[in-house]
Ligand binder design. Structure first.
Ligand code: KIV
Ligand code: NA
Length: 264
């Protein structure tokens, strides 16, 4: 695998080449996923749930994401690494600059933040300062208490239109990538077609440019339930290596996600 950059992802979008992404939190998994062709890894604040056992992502700190980013960077030489900006670490522009600097210095090549209109100035400020930004819309888990639970977003046309406008605004503000989480498949397709930056979906149907899953879900080790939009690749493929390779292949070939993984 060649070193993956923001330019690589942009080129893939133009060529219509779909790509896979997994979360990773340590060097061994990062190296394993890279060896199986995973081009993009996210040090997600999902680590608050899957590593720390919390009920949501709110307790996660910048220091913790920075630590896990250093671990992932140590294991992955070529993959593009995105680090999540934790809850309230980008409440103001200045806070965002400070948090993003810590994550970039820990080895990330891009930072991800959740939200729409209120973030446009921040996204502009980060990109002007040389920090690539991945935006995140739809079910943004840091707002779970505002939403009243982990619920699919954008189901009525007013909300759907708002998400589309937010996506366009974030691209305009300089975002290099966009994650769409748990929105109707038709809305995700419309947004993907409306943007020139790559769109990564999770619970957003088959028509985004890329797919991401939490590694624990792919490996069938999520405690409790496995989300509808996720897929356990271990049962069928046996080893972690084969599971990662199968996920990459199924995303590239458009086999995953199937209709049953999406929302109407
Ligand atoms: O934290 C995370 O793992 C994420 C992905 C699910 C997109 O934000
Ligand atoms: Na996250």
């Amino acid at each position: 695998m060649k070193a993956i950059t923001t330019a690589t992802l942009k080129k893939w979008k133009q060529e219509g080449k779909k790509f896979a992404s997994l979360t990773a939190y340590d060097a061994s998994f990062a190296a394993t996923f890279e060896s199986q062709g995973v081009p993009v890894m996210l040090v997600g604040d999902s680590l608050g749930m899957v590593l720390q056992g919390h009920r949501d992502t709110l307790p996660v700190t910048v220091e913790q994401i920075a630590y896990h980013t250093r671990c992932v960077r140590a294991g992955a030489q070529k993959a593009l690494i995105i680090a999540d900006m934790p809850f309230m670490s980008y409440a103001t522009r200045e806070q965002a600059f400070e948090s993003a600097a810590a994550l970039m210095q820990a080895g990330a090549q891009m930072v991800k933040l959740e939200g729409g209109e209120w973030l446009l100035d921040t996204v502009r400020g980060l990109t002007e300062r040389g920090i690539p930004v991945c935006a995140h819309l739809g079910l943004t888990p840091q707002s779970v208490h505002q939403f009243g639970g982990f619920k699919v977003q954008g189901r009525d046309s007013e909300q759907a239109n708002r998400i589309l406008e937010q996506a366009k605004g974030l691209e305009q503000a300089g975002a290099s990538l966009l994650v769409l989480e748990c929105i109707p498949s038709a809305l995700a397709r419309h947004i993907t077609e409306s943007l020139s930056i790559p769109v990564i979906g999770i619970g957003a149907g088959p028509d985004t440019d890329a797919q991401i899953l939490v590694m624990h879900d792919v490996l069938g080790i999520t405690s409790g339930y496995i989300p509808k939009f996720s897929k356990n690749y271990i049962t069928e493929h046996g080893t972690i290596q084969a599971a990662a390779a199968a996920f990459v292949r199924e995303v590239e070939e458009g086999i995953f996600p199937a209709a049953e993984h999406g929302f109407e």
